[in-house]
Design a protein around this ligand. Structure first.
Ligand SMILES: Cc1ncc(COP(=O)(O)O)c(C=O)c1O
Length: 453
């Protein structure tokens, strides 16, 4: 600590630290107290607790862009359905592991109306947030064929998925797709898949953190190559329909959310309630398993489970082991939300469009103050405005930039946590930034830019 304070005094005397919006010594002290080996490499939750400590000690609010938390109130439809379900006495029963019938029915209708695909109700199962959906899916798929023990990420991606594989002791590999958009995706992907060790691949679409959105052509490449090499695509639709450039809002009417399910018969889709219904706190989402995959037989599963049937195993082997069912009341909430969306009574896209509008304003503030957008293109158009964007500044590494911005009361995460090869960037999430904070953000960015001239 003595050493840190001595360094601090030295650095405080330099011009650069004279007018940082948050007191330089205090930030430095809180960083030291956090005992993080590197702030830039810290996980989202670690950054969050560091910022909480700085905010408390300084009495100043940060522009919080580190965590992808919905910034809107949870949908009333869900809350009311959940209260009603609790009052009816469901809290003392274990829910069936495969999910309540009302929910299974609405998930199946939802994918029909918003993706345009047919999946039987039986093959739609709830999970405690899509995070548990990916855990259950990784666990099962990587045990299905003893020669296929590796998960491929189409990166950049959600750091928690990478952590899940580490925790499970499962191998992972990745392609940063930025340089390989459109037709270019084909060769690099085929190169990876033909090695024969890839069990499944995962990507989010729209993508966290870059907000790139795969086109139909790219999804076709992914689907066809997965079919060719018997690799299961896991399509993570945490930001379902949130490519605001298109109008996906009308149930049963094209255009639909683009999906790999149109290009192969074995696939898994993960859908979250957290962002589209602002229902993150109740931890509810779903796993949609294609009819073909659900019915497949994998004798290698018998090494770990009592059945070789994929569908049976993922429900009564993996999902059962992880949580023995999904919170009963949340299932009623999710069923009510999906039902309202399916019937055209809840335009969930209209509600979350506010994120796109805010991103547009924030990106302008960053770029006018010397920053540049890292993932700036979506094939041949500019990147869309959505829940996240990525920025870099001068020749700062992402890790250094993240740390520097703490002195200016701005928090984010480094792209190096996301599987990105763009080590210079950080990810900014717009959801928690209040419109009333935007002038403050602009001012802090202006000072940052000035101090770094
Ligand atoms: C790409 C992606 N997948 C999954 C999740 C987790 O979703 P859930 O809250 O349903 O667990 C997130 C949350 O930020 C995400 O960004």
């Amino acid at each position: 600590m003595k050493e840190v304070l001595e360094n601090t005094l030295l650095e405080t005397s330099s011009e650069k630290w004279k007018n940082t919006p948050i007191d330089y010594n205090l930030v430095k002290q809180k960083i030291a107290e956090s005992k993080l080996p590197s702030v830039g490499k810290a996980s989202i939750r670690e950054i969050r607790s560091l910022i909480n400590a700085i905010e408390k000690a300084s009495g100043k609010k940060f522009i919080r862009m580190e965590m992808g938390v919905p910034g809107l109130p949870a949908s009333e439809i869900g809350i009311n359905a959940e209260i009603e379900a609790l009052k009816s006495g469901i809290a003392n029963h274990y829910p069936e592991i495969e999910g309540i019938p009302e929910l299974k029915k609405e998930i199946s209708r939802f994918v029909k109306f918003f993706i345009g695909i047919n999946v039987q109700e039986r093959f739609c199962i709830p999970c405690t947030g899509s995070t548990s959906g990916s855990f259950i899916t990784f666990l099962t798929l990587t045990r299905a064929n003893k020669n296929k023990d590796t998960v491929l990420f189409l990166d950049p991606g959600f750091p928690v998925h990478k952590m899940q594989l580490k925790v499970l002791g499962i191998n992972q590999t990745s392609i940063d797709v930025y340089e390989f958009r459109g037709e270019k995706l084909k060769n690099i992907l085929e190169e990876k898949l033909k090695a024969g060790n890839i069990s499944c691949l995962l990507y989010s679409n729209p993508n966290n953190p870059s907000w790139i959105c795969f086109t139909e052509d790219e999804l076709k490449i992914i689907g066809e190559l997965c079919a060719k090499y018997d690799v299961i695509p896991i399509e993570d639709l945490a930001y379902f329909n949130m490519d605001f450039r298109k109008d996906y809002s009308i149930p049963g009417k094209e255009p639909y959310q683009p999906s790999v399910s149109n290009y192969c018969k074995d696939y898994i889709i993960l859908i979250s309630s957290s962002k589209i219904f602002s229902y993150a706190g109740q931890r509810i989402g779903c796993i949609v398993i294609s009819d073909s995959l659900f019915g497949r037989d994998y004798p290698d599963l018998l090494r770990y489970y009592s059945s070789s049937g994929f569908g049976h195993t993922i429900i009564y082997g993996s999902a059962y082991s992880v949580s023995a069912g999904v919170t009963h009341s949340s299932q009623y909430a999710y069923a009510a939300l999906l039902k309202a969306a399916n019937e055209g009574k809840l335009d969930f896209i209209k509600t979350v469009k506010v994120y796109g509008k805010r991103a547009k304003l924030m990106k302008k503030m960053f770029t006018e103050n010397g920053f540049r957008i890292v993932y700036d293109h979506d094939v041949d158009s500019l990147i869309a405005d959505g829940f996240y964007f990525t920025v870099a500044y001068s020749n700062y590494s992402g890790e250094k930039l993240l740390e520097e911005l703490l002195y200016y009361g701005i928090s984010a995460i480094s792209l190096s946590n996301t599987g990105s090869l763009r080590k210079e960037g950080i990810r900014a999430c717009v959801s928690l930034v209040k419109d009333s904070q935007l002038p403050e953000l602009e001012e802090r960015l202006r000072i940052f830019n000035l101090n770094n001239q």
